[in-house]
Design a binder for this molecule. Structure first.
Ligand code: GDP
Length: 201
């Protein structure tokens, strides 16, 4: 499949609130995760170029679930619940942890993880927690440093370098790029990487 068609046919597939609800499928999944407000919904919409698809979920009640979107041809894009939302009560945080860590550690179909981080505040402890859960699987993680348009070019380049160095030290096989849903900086690169992951079966 050529990469220009990767996201041509996105449809909602399923939601899971508990691990037992995760859809059985023989497909290939790429998951997106990030702190609430990191720009995940905006990035997903920029990638699929469909502003009316519901990649928007702000309230804690709605964010605590995993949403699966089918791209056709056995490919799935997985929208993981945003984390670090201050108003989420303790009990919810725990069920979030169980759902997310379980999914990241044991999901066979999961080929790669995209982690969205605000380019101005990358690699927070919760971001590292997520990478720590996923790292033992040996599969690649890719960091999108979002809202790059909010930083002067030199500062963005400095963040890119810094995060690249820290990832190389702690998370073998991971990668990082600058991204902006607003200017579409990095959209093509992200899409090319996803196409590679989906095809590397
Ligand atoms: P989510 O909670 O991770 O899904 O984050 P959203 O996609 O809803 O974005 C959070 C806020 O950041 C919103 O106010 C967006 O308009 C803003 N935002 C997201 N991406 C960008 C970007 O690339 N550039 C700028 N300037 N703002 C962005």
């Amino acid at each position: 499949m050529s990469r220009t068609h990767l996201f041509d046919d996105v449809t909602f597939f399923a939601s899971a609130v508990h691990e037992r609800d995760l859809p059985a499928s023989s497909g290939v999944e790429v998951a997106f995760a990030g702190r609430s407000n990191a720009g995940k919904s905006s990035a997903l919409n920029a990638l699929v170029r469909r502003h009316r698809l519901a990649f928007v979920s702000k309230t804690p009640g709605r964010t605590q679930q995993i949403n699966f979107f089918s791209l056709g041809a056995g490919r799935f894009l997985v929208d993981l619940p945003g984390y670090g939302y201050a108003k989420v009560p303790g009990a919810m945080k725990q069920s979030w942890q169980e759902l997310l860590s379980g999914y990241l550690q044991t999901r066979d179909q999961l080929r790669g993880l995209v982690v969205l981080m605000d380019a101005r505040h990358p690699l927070t402890p919760l971001d590292r927690q997520l990478l720590d859960w996923f790292a033992p699987t040996g599969r690649p993680a890719h960091v999108l440093l979002t809202k790059a348009d909010k930083l002067p070019k030199q500062e963005a380049a400095r963040q890119l370098r810094g995060v690249g160095e820290r990832l190389a030290a702690d998370y073998h096989g991971s990668s990082v790029q600058l991204f902006s849903a607003t200017t579409r900086q990095g959209v093509d690169d992200a899409e090319a990487l996803l196409a590679k992951w989906f095809d590397a079966v």
